[in-house]
Design a protein around this ligand. Structure first.
Ligand code: ADP
Ligand code: MG
Length: 311
């Protein structure tokens, strides 16, 4: 379980706080994804929860242990994956030797240590590479190794900072499967990510941070509905005529418009009529090769929200 109560972090000499009044809970068996542009405060929050830095105000608990008052207990309850591990692994040691080292720091030894390392390697499909020196690993392998380290102690709570950023599709999917398995086994997972698709697929809740503030905390489905706006995607047989763009932009229903060569994405305001807009498109007498309408994706909601800062 993770619980944050009005966490604020003001770094010395910074003008603005890196985090402002952040409150949320991650229950056992839940994945909470934290989205937000660079500098939003995601890593700062994970560093506070993992006792690396102290919050300026507010309190946070991991499995009911206080991050300020019981840091040792907190550290024993978390699996931490932070940064790509470039500087936190020994380059000349193999992946396996690195894990022997970190596992023994966590108090594991002998047969248990060996068994845990091999199980985690197998889970992340790293057995073939276990004896290669770390410096020869690809970015995807390094990211997977960082997760192996977090899994070693089989902790109840996971804090994962961008575990899938910048890696190949297979590694990403493998890491996603591991996160889903942890969830099934009742673990609590807080993950900072830029992978909106993944967040939408696996999360119980999504948190959107911007400039240290929590813009939104909601269920993925609720979040796409949140905007209540609808969207039409039209594909034409030719480049979208400028006359049509100008015309649509003038309609009261249309809040925002995007063009990509032959494609036009039209965002409509709350409760606006799809028919009126579709009618105008049909009237333009341009060859239409595709037309669809629906709710915006989380990605679109996210871009819109972080740009406008509206809640
Ligand atoms: N040690 C620090 N000293 C001063 N400012 C910092 C420090 N660490 C982070 N920040 C600032 O805090 C803000 C949030 O950063 P960070 O938590 O790394 O964001 P994210 O992980 O969402 O990209 C940024 O403005 C960053 O510059
Ligand atoms: Mg970060």
């Amino acid at each position: 379980m993770i619980h944050c109560n009005q966490i604020t972090k003001q770094f010395p000499r910074s003008v603005k706080p890196a985090l402002k009044d952040i409150t949320f809970t991650v229950n056992p068996g839940e994945i909470v994804s934290m989205l937000g542009p660079n500098g939003a405060g995601k890593t700062t929050l994970i560093r506070i929860l993992s006792t690396m830095i102290i919050p300026t105000s507010g309190e946070a608990f991991i499995n009911n242990y206080c991050v300020k008052k019981q840091p040792d207990k907190v550290r024993k309850s978390i699996g931490l994956c932070i940064g790509s591990g470039e500087r936190s692994f020994y380059y000349r040691l193999s992946g396996y030797q690195n894990m022997e080292f970190f596992g023994s720091l966590m108090g594991l030894k002998g047969h248990t240590l060996r068994k845990r390392i091999l199980q985690a390697f197998e889970l992340l499909d790293l057995l073939k590479e276990k004896d290669k020196p770390f410096m020869k690993y690809s970015t995807g392998t390094r990211k997977r190794l960082a997760l192996v380290r977090a899994l070693l102690c089989d902790p109840p709570t996971y804090l994962l900072d961008e575990p899938t950023t910048g890696i190949d599709f297979n590694s990403r999917n493998l890491i996603q499967t591991v996160m889903e398995d942890l969830k099934k086994n009742g673990r609590s997972i807080l993950v900072a990510t830029h992978d909106i698709r993944q967040a939408q697929d696996i999360s119980d809740q999504i948190i959107i941070l911007k400039d240290g503030e929590m813009l939104i905390q909601d269920k993925p489905k609720q979040l796409t509905r949140f905007l209540k706006s609808r969207r039409i995607v039209a594909r034409f047989g030719e480049i979208v005529p400028i006359g049509l763009i100008n015309f649509l932009q003038g309609l009261p229903e249309v809040t925002h418009l995007e063009t990509r060569d032959i494609e036009l994405v039209i965002y409509l305001g709350e409760n606006s009529s799809l028919e009126a807009v579709v009618e105008s498109i049909l009237k333009a007498q341009v060859k239409i090769v595709g037309l669809s309408a629906g709710e915006p994706t989380l990605e679109e909601a996210f871009i819109k929200l972080t740009k406008s800062g509206v809640v």
